[in-house]
Design a binder for this molecule. Sequence first.
Ligand code: ATP
Ligand code: MG
Ligand code: MG
Length: 593
Amino acid sequence: PIPAASNFIRAIIDKDLAEQKYALKKWAGSPGDAAHQAKGSLDFASIRTRFPPEPNGYLHIGHAKSIFLNFGLARDYNGVCHLRFDDTNPEKESQEYVDSISDMVQWLGFGWDNATPGGGIEHNLYFASDYFDVMYQAAEALIQHGHAYVDEQTAEEMRINRGTLTEPGKDSPFRARSIEENLRIFREMRDGKHADGSMILRAKIDMASPNINMRDPAIYRIRRAHHHNTGDQWCIYPMYTFAHPIEDALEQITHSICTLEFEDQRPFYDWLMARLVEANLLANPVPYQYEFARLNLTYVVLSKRKLIQLVEEKHVSGWDDPRLPTLAGARRRGYTPEGFKLFTDRIGVSKADSWIDYSILEDCMREVLNDAAPRKIGVLDPIKLVIDNYPEGQEEDCYAPNHPQKPDLGKRIVKLSKELWIEREDFMEEPSKGYFRLFPGNMVRLRYGYVIKCLHCEKDASGQVTVVHCEYLPDTKSGTPGADSVKVKGNIHWVSAAHAYPAEIRLYDRLFKAPHPGEGKNDDGSDRDFLQDINPDSVTTISAQLEQGAQAAQAGDIYQFERHGYFVADRKDSVAGKPVFNRTVTLKDQWQK
Ligand code: ATP
Ligand code: MG
Ligand code: MG
C-alpha cells in the first residue's frame, strides 16, 4: 500500500507551510469578510481546503476520493476543510441533493464545524450562491478596469470566432465597447432588460491565446431561472469558471484541489485572481489551484448525468440502490467509511489518469469487514439434513466463535437438533472427483458439532434432492477429547431447522457487464450506449435459513455469514425482528470465475 503521506499535494503543502506562505496573511479587507464574519473567526495559520460539490445529484465513489483528500489533508495538517455547495447553476440543483451530500460527508467521518484557536467554532458550510453580490461586484470591477465586455454576438458566431486549436480566434465586433457602455448594458442585464441568451459578459483577455479557455471566456449569462437559495432575485448567473476562483478567494482557501479536466482553466484562475488583486478586491496571497487525477473505476459509471439516467429511467430502484456507485447506495450495500479510507489510501493521489479495477475496492471492503464483522451462520440454498440416530425432540448447545481472529469476543451458542438445514451444494449423490463433502458413505464434520456419516437421500418427482439422511458419531463432538478420533476432509456449516429462521437475502452482481460501460462501437458502427452494457442479472433475491442470533440485527449491522461473505441488514427494508440482508461482498474475489 502507498502511504497516504506520499502524494505530490502533500509535498506542495509542506513547502508552503515551511515558507509560511499563508501563515502571516491578515485576513482583513477582502469582500469575503462579510460572509465570514457572520460565520466565525478567520484566524488560522494552517491550510484551508474545500470540497465543492454542485448539488445537482448524489455523491458517488469518485467524490469519496475528493472528500478524503480535501478533508483528510485539513485533518492531518490541523487546518480546515469547507463544505461548499457550488450552486451557481440554478436549473439542476435542489435541496434534496444538498441534504444527501451533507449526510454523506458526515457518514464518511467529516464535518464542517471547526474549533478556532480562540476557543470559538467556525461553521464552515458555505453556499456559492451567498456570494452572488460579490461576484457581481467583481464583474463590474473587471469592466471598470477594461477587462470585460458585453458581447451580443449569437452563440454560433461566438463559437466560430473562438477559433480552433490551430487557428487563432477573431475579436468580437463588440470587444471595443467603452467602459461606460459596458457598465450600462451589464446593469441592464442584471435589471432584466434583456432576453435570456441575447448577450453575455466576457472577460477581455486574448483571442489569439494558444489556450482556448483564455480567448475571452464567458463570465456572466442571462438566465431567468428560479434558484433554490436566492429564488428569483437574479436573472443573471456567473459562469462556473468565474465563480469558482472567487468562491475560493472569499473563503481564504489556500489549496484549491480539483480534477485534471480543470488544468486548462488554471491560467484563467490565476488571471482572474491577479485582476481582482489589482482592483483591490482581493489581497495576496491568493489561493492556487492544483489538479489530481479523478477516480475512474471499472464496471461502474461515475458521472452524475449517467447516474441520474439510471435512476430516472428506473434501471435501479433509486439513488440508494445497493448496486449503484453512489455513496448512498454503497452505504446500503454495506460498504463502510473505513473501507473507503483504506481504498483511497491504497490508490493514492497522482497526476496521471488511470483506471482502478473494481476488485481493489472490494478487496478493501473485505479487509475492513473481515476485521469488523461478527460471524453468523447462514444457509443460503437450504436442503434438509436428518440425523437418523439423533433422538427426536432433543437439542444441545454447540459453541461457535464470534470472531476466529478475536478470541476475546467469545463464543456463542448454536443449537443442534435432529433436523438441520445444510447447503444444497454440500451434498452430491454422485460425487465428482475431489469432492470431500456429503455423498452416500462419506463422513464430514458438522462445523462446531459432530462427525456424521452420509447414508442416502430423498428426491421429489422432478429428481431434486429434498432430504439427506445421515447418522452422527456421538464421541466426536468439537471441543471434546474425542473430537480428533475420526479424521475427515470435509467440514460443512448448518443451522438447526427448529431454531433457524427464514430470511430474505439479496445477492448482488455487478450492475454492468463491461469494464468500461458504453465504450466501443456496435456492429453497425454506431457508438455504444452505457445502458447496453447493463447486467440484466445484477440482483437475485433468495430465502435463506439463518441462525437465530441474526434475527436481532439492526438496520446497518454487518455480519460475516461463514463461507458466504459479508451481509448487511438493509437500512430501508428491514423491520425489527425481520432484517433483510444484502450481500456486501463475497469472501473471495469470485467474479467471472
Ligand atoms: P460528475 O462528473 O460526476 O458530474 P462533478 O465533478 O461534476 O462530477 P462536482 O459536484 O462538481 O461533480 O464534484 C465535486 C468535487 O468532487 C469536485 O472537486 C470534483 O473534482 C470531485 N470529483 C468528482 N468526480 C470525481 C472523481 N471521479 N474522482 C475524484 N474526484 C471527483
Ligand atoms: Mg461539476
Ligand atoms: Mg462533471
